[in-house]
Ligand binder design. Structure first.
Ligand SMILES: Nc1ncnc2c1ncn2[C@@H]1O[C@H](COP(=O)(O)OP(=O)(O)OP(=O)(O)O)[C@@H](O)[C@H]1O
Ligand SMILES: [Mg+2]
Length: 358
């Protein structure tokens, strides 16, 4: 899929912006603090339905305004569509697909498939398991609305179970009530885990290839799902229930659920060594990039549609060889790349200065 046009109104430092994009490599050039990342943020918001930089979306509305709008025109395999998002300081956000408001954010999933990478994505390797779970969850949700709904369902069940753990009930009553939640948690949770395990299985060969490509065959990447694993949903569910029962006392003591997909992780290693603990900054960055490039490939393989690639400020962080190889990779799909200066070939160069395209 491709983003053909964007229109921004009062979004961050853009009062009115209209840009036509090219199908290939779009390079967004400008000095610091001109609005390059803001532009990518707006495109990505149309993909995942929220900002990836701030939790409070109203912060993305221009300081002096009460309402902001983003419209993107998309060309998909079977025709065109538009997504528009209206943000308001005193009302709920509305998201429309082809001018029809959606009722649940899940309906947006997959409408604009996008992979985002910025220096901040280093956290995918470096930081807590939550970042790696988010990577799997955003990816899977873009490929399956059903997965997104499973996640929402799981979060509700988990919140109910945790609430119960905080109530001061006697142990027998608590056990009986918890059993009902446990069954639901394990039913939905095992589906989530099974999806994630399969996702990693499909992703791994592509991640290995991208990593070999970026490092000129010098590094062998491996990925492993860390959590309750099994051959099928049923086996995972039984193991999950078993773990929940084993951790009953611990859960009561801590007042939250200590096992389940909300605690799982991905172990990333290079040449057999855990990158999170031992990798250099550059290795961690390249690993994160390899995962994202692999994500791009499996989205196409599993859905038949190419995701767009958003690369924020990544060139300055890579050495010359890796940079060249990355730019070569970008030819596979429509790419939006931001940088402060660009020497090279692009299909479209957009110069941004103080919230305006030159
Ligand atoms: N809600 C807002 N209203 C108006 N301006 C905003 C708002 N939010 C952020 N800005 C402005 O947007 C500018 C930053 O834009 P952005 O992060 O896109 O810069 P950039 O071009 O990516 O810079 P860099 O090269 O440093 O990454 C800042 O000057 C900031 O003050
Ligand atoms: Mg920026």
């Amino acid at each position: 899929m491709k983003v053909k046009k964007i229109y921004l109104n009062n979004y961050r430092n853009y009062s009115n912006l209209r840009i036509d994009f090219s199908d290939g490599l779009n390079v967004i050039v400008g000095a610091n603090a001109q609005g390059k990342t803001n532009l990518l943020e707006a495109i990505y918001m149309c993909s995942i339905g929220r900002s990836l930089r701030v939790n409070k979306e109203r912060q993305t509305i221009n300081f002096n305004e009460n309402r902001a709008e983003i419209i993107v025109e998309i060309e998909r395999k079977y025709g065109k569509s538009t997504i528009d998002i209206i943000l308001s300081k005193n009302a709920k956000k509305t998201v429309r697909i082809n001018k029809i408001p959606i009722k649940k954010i899940g309906e947006l999933m997959g409408e604009l498939k996008a992979v985002f990478f910025s220096p901040d994505e280093l956290k995918l390797i470096k930081e807590s398991p939550e970042d790696r779970r988010r990577f799997m969850d955003i990816s899977l949700s873009q490929m399956s609305k059903n997965y997104f709904y499973l996640l929402s369902k799981y979060e509700k069940i988990l919140a109910n179970r945790n609430k119960l753990l905080k109530e001061e009930l006697n142990k027998t009553t608590l056990k009986e009530t918890l059993d009902i939640w446990n069954e639901q948690l394990a039913t939905v949770g095992s589906k989530i885990i099974y999806n994630r395990i399969n996702f990693l299985k499909s992703l791994t060969p592509y991640a290995k290839l991208s990593h070999k490509y970026l490092t000129q065959d010098s590094e062998e990447l491996d990925l492993e799902y860390v959590g309750i694993i099994g051959q099928d949903e049923n086996e995972i569910k039984l193991k999950f229930l078993n773990e929940i029962n084993k951790n009953f006392d611990k859960d009561i003591k801590l007042c939250y659920t200590t096992v389940g997909p909300h605690r799982d992780d991905i172990k990333v290693s290079i040449n057999g060594i855990d990158v999170r603990a031992y990798g250099s900054q550059g290795q961690q960055r390249t690993c994160a990039l390899s995962l994202k490039l692999a994500e791009l490939e499996i989205i196409e393989k599993l859905t038949g549609e190419k995701a767009i690639l958003l690369l924020d400020d990544v060139l300055s962080e890579l050495d010359a060889k890796r940079r060249k190889r990355l730019l070569n990779f970008c030819k596979k799909t429509q790419t939006f790349l931001t940088c402060t200066d660009f020497k090279g070939q692009a299909d479209n160069i957009i110069r941004i200065s103080n919230g305006k395209a030159m």
